[in-house]
Ligand binder design. Structure first.
Ligand code: ATP
Ligand code: MG
Length: 335
């Protein structure tokens, strides 16, 4: 009898102990992943005596840029110039290397050959901080935090007048949907911005970029996931955002880039043509082919929004050192 009583008393603490063990295992795995990140040595370093960063919208030149991801060649001597303060569009089939050019410009990846210059200054002579402070990016999946819209837009920026914030909300067409939210700017965006529609998330990202007010703007398929009405609204916000900046825009829907100052046509990592919409159509090359696929008599025919997402390369877990505890202690012991 005493045995059964002891069992009954011990059961609940044992069950809780097992639960704690589970939580402990999860925490251990998370710590290990964090340590992997902390222990990663940066491969891209800022120069010892950096060049001054441009203060106005610069001319951006890609000079003979070649890049491979491992064994996969992606850019083959890409050369073109985006004029200062103008909009240059990049078009080409999926996988042509358009987004990779943005990654090269922001030095997320380093080309094996060639260089990128801003007003003639190679980007690798600037500090990474200066370089990235020059650039704002608006892409299809705007990264929103599980915070209020105000926090998502200001990102910790202080000292902005209410008038400046209101003007930005209006220019980014955020004000349009804010009226319908009971808590306005204090509404929660939800995990990864899930309380908002795709178009609303993008308008929040545009408001952010307007406040950052950088001389370079990168738009990567910023309107491709939207219906026609939202696209028109976001497009008008983007046009406002692009004013006075050197803007590079990637778009699959050619309707959104017809007014670009210059269109650069890419095919398999090479620039195969460049010019205005009218020039390129008249020349009858790849751009004219792409245009014919999307339009008939000036009317949009197909929608390119449901293109397959690229599979992410999973990190190899077997490469990870097994024991995280000694690593954690070692890190604490460092001066
Ligand atoms: N981080 C990476 N690691 C390995 N390969 C990559 C990586 N990023 C892109 N690639 C590969 O490089 C090629 C060019 O990719 P990129 O994203 O530049 O194309 P894209 O022109 O932007 O295409 P899309 O129009 O589909 O966005 C593709 O074959 C892609 O699979
Ligand atoms: Mg891309």
């Amino acid at each position: 009898m005493a045995f059964f009583t002891a069992m009954a008393i011990a059961f609940d603490p044992l069950r809780r102990l097992a639960k704690i063990f589970g939580t402990w295992q999860t925490a251990a795995a998370a710590i290990e992943r964090l340590l992997d990140v902390f222990d990663t040595k940066p491969t891209l370093l800022s120069p010892q005596s950096p060049a001054p960063a441009p203060t106005t919208a610069p001319e951006i030149t890609f000079n003979d840029v070649s890049l491979s991801y491992g064994d996969l060649p992606v850019l083959h001597g890409t050369t073109f110039t985006a004029q200062a303060g103008q909009t240059t569009a990049l078009v080409g089939a999926s996988g042509a290397g358009k987004s990779t050019l943005f990654n090269v410009l922001t030095r997320l990846v380093e080309p094996q050959d060639g260089s990128v210059t801003l007003n003639g200054t190679p980007i690798n002579t600037l500090t990474l901080t200066d370089l990235r402070a020059l650039v704002s990016t608006v892409s299809q999946d705007a990264a929103l935090f599980d915070e209020t819209l105000r926090e998502n837009i200001l990102l910790g920026r202080e000292g902005l007048s209410d008038d400046a914030i209101q003007a930005t909300l209006k220019d980014a067409h955020v004000a349009d949907f804010l009226e319908n939210l009971p808590e306005g700017l204090e509404s929660a965006a939800g995990p990864r911005g899930s309380n908002l529609s795709g178009g609303q998330r993008q308008r929040v990202a545009i408001a952010r970029a307007l406040l950052r007010d950088t001389p370079i703007l990168l738009l990567d398929e910023a309107t491709s996931a939207l219906d026609t009405k939202s696209e028109a609204i976001v497009q008008s916000a983007l046009d406002r955002l692009a004013e006075g900046r050197t803007t590079l825009v990637i778009a699959h829907r050619l309707s959104t880039i017809q007014n670009a100052h210059k269109i650069v046509v890419m095919d398999k990592g090479k620039v195969v043509d460049e010019g205005s919409h009218t020039d390129l159509l008249a020349r009858g090359g790849l751009y004219a082919d792409l245009y014919r696929l999307q339009f008939r008599d000036g009317k949009q025919l197909v929608d390119h929004e449901n293109r397959p997402k690229r599979a992410l390369t999973a990190a190899k877990s077997q490469d990870r050192p097994q024991s995280w505890l000694p690593r954690l202690f070692k890190r604490w012991q460092r001066p």
